[in-house]
Design a protein around this ligand. Structure first.
Ligand SMILES: [Zn+2]
Length: 315
């Protein structure tokens, strides 16, 4: 979700500024159309690539692709406008049709490509809560705005769901799909390729931004820490990690992310225990030493952390 939101808010504010500039100049210039969707790829292991999607008016989550004998499996499906680009890139890399897809969670930057893939016969797998959420109209409170995600049509829904864990066998690979706890959403899944030693974490872990806990839809700040620890226990120092957004990462990156979250959690919880308001938490700068690495903590991170922690501490 993160990158997409950041992109949206930046785009919104830059759009406003552009509008004002144009109005001041009294020039009736049309606003620039969004750049076309583009997809680039990076090989992680033989037959395993990550597809990075950008442009297209909406920033897609990272897509992991794995080649089998008779087709390709993707982890996450981006937005519909990216799907033709994913297919082109998979073909260019020597893979076949996308026969299987896994959604790491229900947010549309990771799942809306289902609307193209599902009707074309791709088998879609997700957590049971993801299917439930995709079957209804949702609102996502990203703090500076509310995003609306209408329900998906039936052919775009996952057809295999699970609650805790499931193994998927594809080509030579065993994929372990695991849900640890409510975290970014109540439907997060980490996908670990046991043979290739690659893991896609969805938005529970982001390599260059603070996490977003979708608190109004069952996400949980402490759950993000618990989920990240659960991933760490199931991988090793050689695992290549694909985060929901941002460049590929390492075990050490995830480890330091958890350390950051634990420290911020401790500081924020102590402030809440002293009766601090959100504004006082923000003023105390509990994330200060990490802002250069993860960006602006006031966009949504501290707001959602405050709401989640205040809720759990008062229970
Ligand atoms: Zn998300």
């Amino acid at each position: 979700m993160h990158r997409g939101l950041k992109f949206f808010s930046e785009r919104f504010f830059s759009g406003v500024l552009t509008y004002i500039a144009i109005a001041c100049a009294a020039a009736a210039l049309a606003q620039e159309p969004p750049r076309p969707a583009t997809v680039t790829s990076e090989e992680l292991k033989p037959g395993v690539h990550v597809l990075y999607g950008s442009g297209g008016g909406q920033a897609a989550g990272n897509v992991l692709v794995l080649f089998g004998d008779d087709g390709a499996l993707v982890v996450d499906t981006g937005y519909p406008q990216y799907v033709p680009k994913y297919r082109d890139e998979v073909a260019r890399l020597g893979g076949g049709a996308i026969t299987h897809a896994i959604n790491t969670h229900w947010h549309d930057d990771h799942s809306e490509g289902n609307k193209v893939l599902g009707p074309d016969g791709t088998l879609i797998i997700a957590h049971s809560n993801a299917r439930t959420m995709l079957m209804r109209d949702n609102k996502i409170n990203v703090v500076r705005t509310i995003l609306e995600q209408p329900k998906f049509p039936p052919p775009a829904l996952p057809v295999i769901t699970f609650d805790d864990r499931i193994d998927v066998y594809f080509g030579e690979e065993r994929l372990e799909l695991m849900h640890v706890s409510p975290a970014h959403t109540a439907s997060d899944v980490v996908v670990i390729l046991r043979g290739s030693n690659v893991a896609h974490t969805g938005d529970v872990f982001l390599s260059s931004s603070y996490p977003f806990a979708d608190v109004d839809n069952g996400g949980d700040f402490d759950g993000v820490i618990e989920f990240c620890r659960g991933i760490l226990e199931r991988i090793d120092r050689d695992t290549v990690i694909v985060p929901g957004h941002g460049r590929k990462a390492t075990y050490a990156d995830l480890e330091s992310y958890i350390d950051m979250l634990v420290t911020v959690r401790g500081r924020t919880a102590a402030l809440i225990a002293d009766g601090a308001t959100l504004a006082q938490v923000v003023a105390a700068e509990p994330t200060k030493e990490w802002d250069a690495r993860y960006g602006n903590p006031t966009t949504f991170f501290l707001d959602r952390a405050y709401k989640s922690l205040r809720g759990s501490l008062s229970e």
